[in-house]
Design a protein around this ligand. Structure first.
Ligand code: TYM
Length: 320
């Protein structure tokens, strides 16, 4: 089984990225050949400062390694180290119906939030399909927001297979129901672009501030509160042991505890949860050549697979 996923280096990684994609991706390393990449080509649709892109890409690699990606078991690489993927994106685009892309909700959502409509943003799902198909991927661990992109990938693979004969496997999304959409501090999906993120590796003061800013309703301290609709409780459930989650639920239902106290409790647990990863991050940082070496090795392996698949594609469509 081949597992593949990517993450954009558009800023610091947040706990939505971690629980939605990185944690499941790390768990899947043991189940097959895993390939994970820093999606720098994709980030170009929104990030236009070369130094920031370079620094963010390195930082995403660092953070992913700190969160448990094991380069002895999984391949970590930079998107742009496999430029053949842009060739495949072009080939797929020649078969992609406009309507398929016009229905992409993430594109419509970005426009609604004021991003300018460039062609790259519009055709983003085609590049993402190429990312997945070029490695003959079976399984793609992602959060729910990426589900439609994987459906588009499957549609394009079917179109190619119908047109040119069997070229591509059909990949399956792997979405964890309990973490498919991690809420941000305003209760909406956590996202850097919504400004509601809690970063994994923010400093202590920053993380505390973000947690203390979680939006709550105006239920008085003494009154019972609804755990199911509370962002505090949802996030606590991701990081606390079962008995402590049950205890918090009871205290919500009983009343007598204010949201401020629950937030303090959540902060402590979150801070503790990521402590081993902060430590691992420091260790990686101490070895100055480590990240570059991991990415170089990853690029080599990713290219081996992509070259083989591209030969198959070129031959099938008449370019060889
Ligand atoms: P990106 O960089 O926006 O997010 C990386 C991963 O984190 C997940 N995620 C979340 N999951 C649950 N709750 C949240 N609040 C949350 N926020 C983010 C995303 O679902 C994603 O899995 N297009 C992709 C990157 C990409 C890719 C690929 C992924 C490019 N090519 C090929 C898989 C396969 C993206 O922008 O993810």
């Amino acid at each position: 089984m081949r597992i593949l996923s990517g993450i954009q280096p558009s800023g610091a990684l947040h706990i939505g990225n971690y629980f939605g994609m990185m944690r499941p991706a790390v768990a899947l390393q043991a189940e097959g050949e895993a390939l994970y990449f820093v999606a720098d080509y994709h980030a170009l649709t929104s990030l236009r400062d070369p130094e920031t892109l370079r620094a963010n890409s390195r930082r995403v690699a660092l953070d992913f390694l700190a969160c448990g990606l094991d380069p002895e078991r999984a391949t970590l690489f930079r998107h742009s180290d496999v430029p053949q993927v842009t060739e495949l994106a072009w080939i797929l685009s020649t078969l992609a119906p406009m309507g398929l892309l016009e229905r992409a909700t993430s594109y419509k959502d970005k426009l609604a939030r004021g991003m300018s409509a460039n062609v790259g943003l519009f055709s983003y799902p085609i590049l993402m399909a190429a990312d997945i198909l070029i490695y003959d991927s079976d399984v793609v661990p992602v959060g729910k927001d990426q589900k439609q992109h994987i459906e588009i990938t499957r549609d394009l693979a079917v179109k190619m297979n119908e047109t040119y004969g069997q070229i591509f496997k059909l990949p399956e999304p792997r979405i964890q129901p309990e973490t498919e959409t991690v809420p941000g501090i305003d209760g909406q999906k956590m996202s850097k672009s919504y400004g509601n993120n809690i970063d994994i590796f923010g400093d202590e003061k920053e993380m505390r501030k973000r947690v203390m800013s979680i939006v709550t309703d105006s239920t008085p301290v003494d009154a019972p509160k609804d755990p199911a609709s509370s962002t505090i409780f949802k996030l606590y459930s991701l990081v606390a042991p079962k008995n402590e989650i049950a205890e918090m639920r009871e205290r919500f239902l009983k009343g007598g505890t204010g949201y401020g106290d629950f937030k303090k409790q959540l902060f402590e647990k979150l801070w503790e949860y990521f402590a081993p990863m902060r430590q691992r991050r420091e260790e990686i940082l101490a070895d100055r050549s480590y990240i570059a070496a991991v990415l170089a090795r990853g690029a080599k392996r990713a290219n081996e697979i992509a070259d083989r698949v591209m030969e198959r594609v070129r031959k099938a469509i008449g370019l060889r």
